[in-house]
Write a new protein. Structure first.
Length: 128
């Protein structure tokens, strides 16, 4: 698990810090951003190193769906888990096939960790 890299994107600093701590405490490497555009640049530069993305849906400037769609163009194999306190748009999910799950806030740490682990495992099986 320790070699797996989770890209965390949430415009709320406290949520980002919580997710950093959660990923680190459970043996994941992570890169965390409050600015989704900075996260996209990181993803472009490290696309083969990122194993899964965890991103908020509602962020200023670019939504989680838009971020996932841009990431899809760069590397379609990296799964995206979106998190939100708002009910997601089903059509937006259908248009972004790399979005594998949507979890609601407040985030259940056990549910999120299970989703991260499952998506990393499934993405690895598809790559073989």
């Amino acid at each position: 698990m320790g070699e797996k890299l989770v890209l965390v994107v949430d415009d709320e600093g406290m949520v980002k810090e919580y997710l950093e701590e959660l990923m680190g405490r459970h043996g994941y490497r992570y890169a965390a951003f409050t600015d989704p555009r900075e996260a996209l640049v990181f993803f472009e530069m490290n696309t083969t190193k990122v194993d899964v993305v965890v991103a908020d849906i509602k962020m200023p400037g670019i939504t989680g769906y838009e971020l996932a769609a841009e990431m899809l163009k760069i590397n379609a194999r990296v799964p995206v888990i979106l998190i939100s306190a708002y009910f997601p748009s089903l059509s937006a999910v259908q248009e972004t096939p790399n979005v594998k799950r949507i979890l609601s806030k407040p985030i259940s740490s056990s549910l999120l960790l299970e989703a991260v682990e499952t998506e990393i495992r499934e993405a690895g099986q598809k790559a073989v």
